[in-house]
Design a protein around this ligand. Structure first.
Ligand SMILES: [Zn+2]
Length: 445
């Protein structure tokens, strides 16, 4: 399959998600609760979901450990596990038990990799990227398509649905196989509502309830998150943040965003507003910023400010990627400007380090691709301005993913598996045998 342009994509018929949109019971996928009159069946469903929730969270486990953790008998766990294995939701993972004298292999059980797929979508101003992974987060496909910068939000959602539809089709999958979507958009996303706050000028999502829009289109649980945060998740799981307990991800581009990952979980703040590093003021008498503050970091170190300094030298068509490339090639003007930018960013990050002590700072976005010229300056700025103990132990490393959108989609899909509510319930219902007393999602068409 080759889907390179939006026009090419829009010519194709939309199939899987038209069906998904009409699924019965959509929006009511919460865990089943046992009422006073609760039947044995509903108790079994509840226990199934508890087993699935545990395995989604912990990965492969022994049956005995599952029984202990959800406080039911081993026989009950075995019944549930055997049933779910038969339905293809769970699978056995053979692990020879070390030191066991009877030579038996104690098998662990895990969510089957083929029980479903998670999808990540990442929207930048002119591109939509998509990633599909199995339930062990292994990549099945990554695709992207360009969209006009002035495309409306609803246009983008439809284009994303078409891209997803095509990609699933190319892999012998349908919308029924998707257990959830993680969506990255620019701007601040209110955690409670899914509404995107006012942000960049021309931001197509501002003021919209993006979660609702996608749930209506796809009929699946949707997590909507700021781009920087989904990128942070990818760096933490697969990139330069691997094996760090705590990590701060910083993206240097037109805006300057940051995202904190604490022991594997994103920190969002009370309302979802955390991470606006670019709007820390570095000069209270500086020029006013669209955010209402004065002298914000982004006004000094964002891509437009860098380009303003360098376009007289590199030409009016120069992009921030050109600046990074010129610096890598040794261009003195570009190196000098980026080193200054790095120093100022480091100065701001020193305060963040004093407050949070993140240990590892991963820097991504096009400015970071300039390499040591900017990263060393950031590290120097931190070391000079932070308290000694923190300043000397914080490491600053370049992001592994050079393409932020590719990182974002992987992070979005991972977020679904990690945090989407009611995933266990959905997984169980996806594979309910025909004739069971709950809604059957498979085979709807
Ligand atoms: Zn500002």
């Amino acid at each position: 399959m080759s889907v390179n342009t939006l026009n090419e994509l829009l010519l194709r018929p939309l199939s899987a998600f038209r069906v998904l949109t009409n699924l019965p019971g959509h929006g009511n996928l919460g865990p089943v609760t046992v009422t006073n009159g609760g039947s044995l069946k509903s108790l079994r469903r509840t226990n199934q979901e508890r087993v699935l929730t545990l395995l989604l969270k912990n990965g492969p486990m022994h049956r005995a450990e599952i029984a202990r953790q959800i406080d039911v008998s081993r026989a009950t766990v075995s019944t549930i596990v055997n049933d779910l294995i038969e339905r293809g939701v769970l699978e056995q993972v053979g692990v020879p038990a070390s030191g066991r004298l009877d030579g038996r292999v104690r098998e662990r059980v895990a969510i089957s990799r083929t029980a479903g797929v998670a999808a990540g979508l990442d929207f930048t101003l002119d591109r939509i990227a998509l990633h599909l992974c199995d339930l062990e987060r292994r990549e099945l496909a990554t695709q992207s398509v360009r969209v006009p910068a002035d495309a409306s939000a609803s246009h983008r959602v439809r284009a994303a649905a078409l891209l997803l539809d095509e990609t699933l089709d190319a892999h012998g999958l349908t919308g029924d196989d998707v257990i959830g979507l993680g969506v990255g958009v620019p701007g601040q996303v209110a955690t409670a509502t899914g509404v995107v706050g006012p942000s960049l000028p021309g931001q197509p999502w501002a003021g919209l309830n993006v979660r609702e829009m996608f749930e209506q289109q796809f009929g699946r649980p949707v997590m909507v998150e700021n781009n920087t945060r989904v990128e942070a998740m990818a760096e933490y799981l697969w990139g330069a943040g691997r094996e760090a307990a705590t990590m701060l991800y910083v993206n240097l581009t037109s805006g300057i965003g940051a995202a904190l990952v604490l022991d594997g979980r994103l920190y969002r703040g009370a309302i979802g507003g955390a991470g606006e590093l670019g709007h820390l003021s570095i000069d209270h008498n500086g020029p006013t910023c669209p955010c209402g503050n004065r002298g914000c970091l982004v006004q000094r170190a964002g891509a437009p400010a860098i380009l303003q300094e360098l376009r007289p030298i590199l030409g009016n068509e120069a992009t921030i990627e050109d600046v990074a490339e010129a610096a890598r090639a040794g261009d003195r003007a570009s190196s000098s400007v980026l080193a200054d930018v790095g120093w100022v960013v480091g100065q701001c990050l020193a305060s963040v380090c004093n407050l949070l002590d993140p240990g590892r700072i991963v820097v991504g976005g096009p400015v970071a691709t300039a390499g040591p010229v900017v990263l060393d300056a950031i590290a120097a700025g931190i070391e000079r301005h932070a308290m000694a103990a923190v300043g000397s132990t914080t490491t600053v490393v370049q992001a592994d993913f050079e393409d932020s959108a590719r990182a974002g989609v992987r992070g979005g899909a991972a977020l679904v598996l990690q945090e989407a509510p009611h995933l266990a319930s959905l997984l169980r219902r996806l594979t309910d045998p025909p004739g069971s007393d709950t809604t059957t999602l498979r085979g709807v068409r």
